[in-house]
Every structure is written in structure tokens, then in C-alpha cells.
Write a protein that binds this ligand. Sequence first.
Ligand code: ADP
Ligand code: MG
Length: 253
Amino acid sequence: MTPMVKADQVCKNFGALKVLKGISLEIGRGQVLCLVGPSGSGKSTFLRCINHLEQVNAGRLYVDGELVGYSERNGKLYELHPRAAAKQRRDIGMVFQHFNLFPHRTALENIIEAPTQVKRLSKKKAVERGRELLAQVGLSEKADAYPAQLSGGQQQRVAIARALAMDPKLMLFDEPTSALDPELVGEVLTVMKDLAAGGMTMVVVTHEMGFAREVADQLVFMDAGVVVESGEPRELLANPQHDRTKAFLSKLL
Ligand code: ADP
Ligand code: MG
């Protein structure tokens, strides 16, 4: 079966700065990959490439068997038309460190925005689905609350529900709990754990090694734009092979 994500020697530069220097990995359907590494190692950039927020400069990146951002004819790459890129992107949900909810919309309004505007779902259907999703993230009571009236953990759960409202086949999480007070981290991780148990394919950038150990199928350690090592999480955490991985993990644990 084609993997959900396949990166083959993916490179990304910003001018002279080489940020991704040949990333290769695969994520099977229904699998969870946790991506860890020091600040500046290129983790966010890699997620942004998957989600069409950045265009790769070399190598190939595929989501669900489709080349991301380009079409290929006779071995040559052509940039995708923005409309075709937007279509690919619709199937990918992303959750950011800082929630990025619309401040002047309620929780429910945040969730129905994309389905009604982008997918042209009727308001009635979108609201129905929105309420289901609020229930899924444990926030049925907060449909009419504005972001400022919610805790950080609640806002992040709304952000997850909002991403799910587009029925994504892949969910990307960029340090989803890093901005939260420690006592609010658990409620967000629980929602993510449930999502994984339900079969969602997920790429999670996180420093939560407990989550990685418990939920991830694959742990990838990145440093300075390369994959230093990867493997089954328990195995890698118990027995890191490279000095850079050891040094990084010793600072976390
Ligand atoms: P991480 O998420 O692992 O902390 P990032 O992917 O955010 O790392 O950043 C990797 C490197 O790329 C950093 O040196 C950062 O400054 C640089 N970078 C990221 N985005 C841009 C951009 N749009 N323009 C220039 N440099 C960038
Ligand atoms: Mg980052």
C-alpha cells in the first residue's frame, strides 16, 4: 500500500540557508510519527512543506501517493496551479503551537468556517458536524464561548476540532502543547491519543517523550536539517545510537 507520507531526499533552502538537507522517511496509513530535535533543526519547515506552506527545492515529497506542490511529466517537475495545490492542502489538517483561532468567533463558528467557506457545506450540516467534533474533544458546553473565554488547553482542543472539520486524511501537529501551562498539557495529549487510536495518520512535533513512547509508531530525531536516527520509540529512547541524540534526550528527560 502507498504510504500516507513519503519524503525522498527532501531539501529546502531559504536563500543561502540550507534548512532541510535530504530528509527521507515514510509514514504508513494510520501511523503516528513523532518528530523531535533541537530548536532550528527544521522540524516546522518540514511540516510546512507537507502542508504546502513552503515549496521544497529538491527531492520529492508525496502525500497519499501524490507529489506535493508539483506535477511531474517526463521526469520534469512543474509547479502546481494554486487551485490544484489548495485542493491537495484541504485534506491535511494542521495544529499550531499558538492555536491561531479567530478571536472574534465562537468555538463553534471557528469550527464551521472552513467547511462552509471552502467545502461549501451547508451551515446546518457544518453545525451538526461541529457539535459532534466539540463533543469528541470534550467541549460540548463551550460551543458559544469565545477563545478569550477558554483556557489554553481548551483553545487547543477547539483548534484540533477545527482541523478535523475538514475531514483530513493526515494531521500535522507543530508543538501543540509547548505554549500550555503544564497542568493543561494532558487534556490535549488525551485528545490526540484518542485520535491516533481512531486510526488517524499523524505527524507530531513534540518534546513530550511520554506521548511519543506511548502513542507513536515511529520516532524520528532530526538535527541541523538531517534525520540523525529513527526507529521504534521505546527502542530509540532506551538505546539511542548517536551522540547528538543522546545529548538531546538527556536534556529532555
Ligand atoms: P524547528 O521547527 O526545528 O525549530 P524551523 O524549521 O522553524 O526549525 O527553522 C529551521 C531554520 O530555518 C531556522 O534557522 C530558521 O531560522 C530558518 N527559517 C525558517 N523559516 C524561514 C523563513 N521563512 N525564512 C528564512 N529562514 C527561515
Ligand atoms: Mg518549530
